[in-house]
Write a protein that binds this ligand. Sequence first.
Ligand code: ATP
Ligand code: MG
Length: 604
Amino acid sequence: MTTPTTDKPTADDRPSLTRNFITEIIDADIASGKWGSPGDRTVVTTRFPPEPNGFLHIGHAKSIAVNFSLAEAYGGHCNLRFDDTNPAAEEDAFVKAIIEDVRWLGFTWNNASSHDASQDGVLYASDYFQQLHDWAVELIDKGLAYVDEQSPEDIRAQRGDLKNPGTAGPFRDRPAAESKARFAEMVRGDHPNGSMVLRAKIDLASPNMNLRDPVMYRILNTPHHRTGTTWHVYPMYDWAHGLEDSIEGITHSICTLEFEIHRPLYDWFIDAINKDRAEKIHHPQQIEFARLNPSFIITSKRKLRQLVEDGHVTGWDDPRMPTIRGLRRLGYTPESLRAFAEATGLTKFNAVHDIGLLERAVRDHLNKVAPRRMAVLNPLKVTITNWADGGDPDRLETMQVINNPEDESAGARPVTFGPTLWIEHDDFMMDPPKKFFRLGPGREVRLRCGYWITCNEVITDDEGNPVELKCTYDPNTRGGNNPPPDANGKVRKVKGTLHWVADADCVSAEVRLFDRLYSVEKPGKKTDNHIDDLNPDSLTVLTECRVEQGLTKHLPDEPAWPDGLRRFQFERLGYFCLDADSADNKLVFNRTVTLKDSWAKQNR
Ligand code: ATP
Ligand code: MG
């Protein structure tokens, strides 16, 4: 092995980039000098090539992380290239959204400006249409491509199948001059959609169906979002993709496993252009890896669109959607998505990735950085009956509550305690079983960073449901601390610690509890329709919540989140993110994830 000749970071220096079969290929290429001088790591050039026909999802996040992280780790480049070769489905709005999502994930493409909305450095396949066209004409001249005027049905019928070779149609051996004339007419827009195609002349008997004279260009008399009506033919993926990579000097063209069987064609097209050519074009290496396929999630754009169009979700950014904007709105951080991409690894084998890994990634990150706050989702009123024992019965006391036990520097914040409080309904039971360590008639609990309280009386409604608890507090437990030992030296103990808010220091809020969108690991597996597997309880909206008043403003312990979203841990409940639906007088929070993976246990 050779030593790197640059002082750029190496793959091994970065803890976040684990070695895998792709880094092995790249390392070997660098050692042998396949792309430049041996040992030069900066030659590594990758690309992320989205089609601007929808919003990015978690699978794209994986591809983005793989391509950008590899380039970064080797000190090379990663291009952001829009594969805009199908005008029928593409829009400028998707271009903007994709750029925004890549930036949000924390990646910068080659030649990008640091200005957020800037499109500097962004590349478009449509900018190469003329070059691709000229190469196609070269192939016609070499007898390696021809215009076929048969119907799509006839062409399909002649392709044969895995057992039978294809058969040649009447146009396969036409003179190059004739194909060239027809191709020029196609380009000019003289013919209707579907009337003719340009095909590569490869091998009708190939066991790889992709090589049986694949279509290079089809006629589409549709305006393109960037090139307008200049073109009436558009290149097929297989023809275009390798050439786009070649033009950009991509070294490692990383894609998902379905394209493995297309690789011979990827190589054939570039070899065909290079045949009898003095000046050879660059020949990148296609490498395939297993796509990200998380359990309980679908990543097909078509199915995601169906969810939006049929109203199963509120939009592409519905927090239950596996889109990057959905996950962002749910409260996911870029760091957590990158950590998830890393945790799922790079392999050559298709497998389902446990969704628990995704949830763990965001839990782990938010645990470190999210400020703690108290919020009561289903409030039950508590009245302290002996508040006067501590002095002025109308007084409010200020408690210091720790902001983040994982981060000492986050300090503490003042929270008001008073004679009227709210606790969680679930934290009280009329007739608690033995293992229930929270509140019940006659029981004592600790209110976190408040006082210890004992429930003496329960006020119920007509149906016997508790509506208010009359409690006494122990003035000797200020801050939630243990009381001093009694006369016999014995220290009283409590097992339960509850969160709470004081009526004098809280605001009401709406909290949206999101659960998985589907209730089965592989949506659609049973009935072939993913809609059948939608989880009917994927959204619960709680409108009567009460949260610390401090949440209405930015407190000093809140991190400066680059995306401006505000994320918190609500003590004992989970991680929550302030939703854009919030207004000054109405806070709305989305639950990002619970504190623990209770789902795995319940549903085993
Ligand atoms: P569709 O769902 O419509 O087939 P697509 O997911 O292929 O679209 P593209 O915009 O073509 O959408 O994808 C851009 C890049 O993201 C491609 O390189 C593709 O391989 C990669 N990609 C898409 N889905 C995944 C996934 N689940 N795992 C890893 N990479 C993915
Ligand atoms: Mg695609």
